[in-house]
Write a protein that binds this ligand. Structure first.
Ligand SMILES: [Zn+2]
Length: 109
């Protein structure tokens, strides 16, 4: 592979790690949570990183607010999907259920 391309790939990997760290920090730092999300989002755009499924549920796709269950987001379960309502912008997001092992959300009957 071209050395320049390899460097870019390394940077992307590092950015991915930083994004995860930023979201972890946001979890424990409510005051600056949105700031961490903004930084993470900048990295995602710069390196064209698609957020992991776990990260996708941690920020509002409309206003990019950090989503903390019971605090900044209300979560309701519906057959086949989960509805996240962002309390900051009052918009909704739907996430389908996956009954794969390791999935934190249980399947509803
Ligand atoms: Zn929102």
């Amino acid at each position: 592979m071209h050395p320049k391309k390899l460097k870019k790939l390394k940077e992307k990997k590092l950015a991915q790690k930083t994004i995860e760290e930023l979201f972890q920090r946001a979890e424990h730092d409510a005051k600056r949570a949105n700031e961490h999300v903004r930084k993470a989002r900048n990295l995602m755009m710069k390196y064209k990183i698609r957020p992991a499924r776990t990260i996708k549920r941690k920020f509002c796709k409309h206003c990019y607010a950090f989503l903390k269950p019971g605090v900044t987001v209300r979560i309701r379960t519906r057959p086949g999907h989960v509805v996240y309502s962002c309390l900051a912008c009052k918009k909704f997001m739907r996430f389908p259920y996956h009954s794969r092992p390791g999935e934190s959300l249980r399947k509803v009957r």
